[in-house]
Design a protein around this ligand. Structure first.
Ligand code: C5P
Length: 402
């Protein structure tokens, strides 16, 4: 059921007695890692309170189309775009009829018209209403437009009748919801990525850093999230927006970065794309350093080694599949293979930062990946986004082999 991880699902609650099961459905979806927003019709509110569904989904329930406060928070078009799936449970005969007609007279029916996401209906109604020719014709129309039908089940009904029309059980609906999403290469895996430079303070106004922009690490985080992974991105100071569905932790120094990575463990894969400062000033001056006439024209700054984040994590008993970067200006493949061995890595990504079109801060990259058998896999120069997707595919292949 990892396919629901971080999937955005709108649960639409119509006005039927089965609405009491919607509460359980929201829990099931959340248990599988889905993000859930609930939209209720006027009828739905007669059967179960918005407060119950707010508590279970962790978000205010969306009720009205023309509520200025709700529209200011997340407008109906934004909500329609947000969704990966709209799941209407219970879908009553009236709601099904309105959807078949393309009516948009409340928030839920409006969202259905406005969304590009798949839509699934879990019908719930009296057996005679289910069998009625109008309901059946409406459902045929909606299925013809691509809507999915979950159920209904057969059995005893709240009204005392026995027959088809019971809403499926929440667990079964959640399983069918997962089937709406294709399996992805990194479904359910936790990928930890470091990105950007680190800053090592000299005094309150000065620091030592490097030219890393964070673009490669951020592109990898985006590609890993697209491939279904749970992504933690530990980033030094950069000017980049956080990719969708990525948890970002901002850090400043190498030691902060190591602490953040250790706190994010365990993970299945570590990709260390950060350009970590190898050294930091031994002491950070409390006050701004002044020019010292006694030292003449020069100044000495005593530096000490920073911890190696990648080697530390790759050396743990619970070590993840570990991927490092070797940004070099000379002897690229030789230095890269040495780092692979010294840091106990599974893969190392070598890139030639002497070439300005693929170096630090550039939009493109070209890489050679080296594995433990010293086999080389090269990816030609292209955008960092494409390189990131190629690298994520390679990592997924290697994980499957192991
Ligand atoms: O040894 P070098 O700095 O060239 O190694 C580069 C690789 O090691 C990169 O993947 C980088 O993110 C990682 N690294 C690290 N912590 C350090 C230094 C490098 O994680 N202190």
């Amino acid at each position: 059921m990892q396919r629901l991880y971080r999937k955005r699902i709108i649960v639409g609650v119509g006005g039927g007695i089965a609405a009491y099961k919607s509460a359980e459905l929201v829990r099931r979806l959340k248990d599988q890692g889905a993000e859930v927003r609930v939209v209720m019709t006027q009828g739905g509110r007669e059967f179960i309170t918005p407060l119950t569904l707010q508590a279970l989904s962790g978000h205010p329930v969306h009720l009205d189309l023309l509520d200025p406060a709700a529209e200011a928070a997340m407008g109906h078009i934004e909500l329609a775009r947000w969704a990966d799936l709209i799941l209407i449970a219970p879908a009553t005969a009236d709601l099904i009829a309105r959807l078949a007609q393309g009516v948009a007279n409340d928030l839920l029916t409006t969202l259905v018209l406005a969304t590009d996401a798949p839509i699934a209906l879990a019908p719930a109604m009296n057996q005679a209403m289910w069998r009625d020719a109008a309901t059946q014709a409406n459902l045929e129309l909606l299925q013809g437009r691509g809507m999915r039908l979950f159920g209904p089940a057969s059995g005893s009904q709240a009204c005392g009748d026995v027959g088809l029309g019971r809403m499926l059980e929440p667990n079964d609906i959640a399983l069918l919801a997962a089937d709406c999403f294709q399996r992805q290469a990194l479904d359910g895996l936790h990928i930890l990525i470091t990105a950007g430079p680190t800053q090592e303070n000299i005094d309150p106004v000065r620091y030592i850093t490097n030219h890393s922009s964070g673009k490669m690490g951020f592109a990898l985080a985006e590609a890993a999230a697209e491939a279904g992974a749970k992504v933690t991105l530990v980033s030094g100071p950069v000017h980049l927006p956080t990719p969708d569905r990525v948890s970002r932790i901002d850090v400043v120094s190498a030691r902060d970065m190591l602490a953040a990575c250790e706190a994010a463990m365990p993970c299945d894969v570590l990709i260390a794309a950060a350009a970590v400062a190898d050294y930091r000033p031994e002491v950070v001056a409390q006050h701004k350093l002044k020019k010292d006439p006694s030292s003449g024209e020069g100044m000495l700054l005593q530096m000490v080694r920073n911890p190696d984040i990648l080697a530390t994590i790759a050396g743990r008993d619970d070590r993840p599949f570990s991927v490092g970067f070797a940004a070099e200006t000379e002897n690229l493949l030789e230095y890269a293979s040495r780092k692979l061995r010294d840091k106990n890595l599974d893969l190392i990504v070598a890139n030639d930062v002497a070439n300005p079109s693929i170096g630090f801060n550039s939009e493109e990259n070209a890489i050679t990946v080296i594995d433990r058998e010293l086999q080389q896999i090269s990816f030609a120069q292209t955008s960092k986004g494409k390189i990131a997707r190629q690298l994520i595919t390679l990592i997924a292949e290697r994980l499957n082999k192991n």
